[in-house]
Design a protein around this ligand. Structure first.
Ligand SMILES: [Zn+2]
Length: 78
């Protein structure tokens, strides 16, 4: 079974942890964030808890958490 990029429809490797190609991923998230997402997704897959229907959630978690933590440390609420 071949996967296809959800953005441009290009064929992507079956081993890819995400449902989009590298080109579109970098266009949507930027190269740095794309690499971070891939890393997070691969870690999740290695742990065996990657479910394809949860992918969007996993992605949003993987890039909202570090930002929030940094901002909390920089700007205390009180
Ligand atoms: Zn694409």
């Amino acid at each position: 079974m071949t996967k296809k990029c959800i953005y441009c429809g290009a064929e992507i490797s079956d081993e890819s942890v995400v449902d989009f190609c590298e080109k579109c991923g970098k266009r949507v998230w930027g190269e740095k964030m794309f690499n971070a997402i891939i890393q997070n997704m691969e870690e999740a897959r290695n742990k065996g808890d990657l479910v394809s229907t949860n992918m969007a959630e996993t992605i949003s978690k993987s890039f909202s958490n570090p930002v929030n933590e940094t901002e909390d440390e920089k700007f205390p609420a009180y």
